[in-house]
Design a protein around this ligand. Structure first.
Ligand SMILES: [Zn+2]
Length: 86
């Protein structure tokens, strides 16, 4: 079975992550998942929420964090995904 890291990597590769706003403290994004599009809101240093049915950490959240880190650092998703690991 695909791990949430593998799925996040696949979502990023498919261009499924749209970051609508990325600030110092908040990231607001949409992820086109396999079944639906989920809004993801990350409050840096506080909490992160994805509106999908999965409880806890999910691939959508990971994908958003990895893309945001990629924007800040220029590192490829394979590297940034490792850094935002859960
Ligand atoms: Zn999710």
């Amino acid at each position: 079975m695909e791990s949430i890291h593998e799925k996040a990597f696949r979502l990023i590769g498919a261009g499924a992550v749209t970051i609508r706003f990325q600030g110092d403290h908040v990231i607001d994004a949409d992820v086109h998942g396999d079944h639906d599009t989920y809004p993801v809101v990350v409050e840096i240093g506080d909490r992160a929420r994805c509106m999908c049915p999965a409880s806890g950490d999910c691939s959508h959240l990971l994908a958003v964090l990895a893309v945001a880190l990629q924007r800040n650092t220029g590192l490829p998703p394979a590297v940034t995904l490792g850094k935002v690991g859960v």
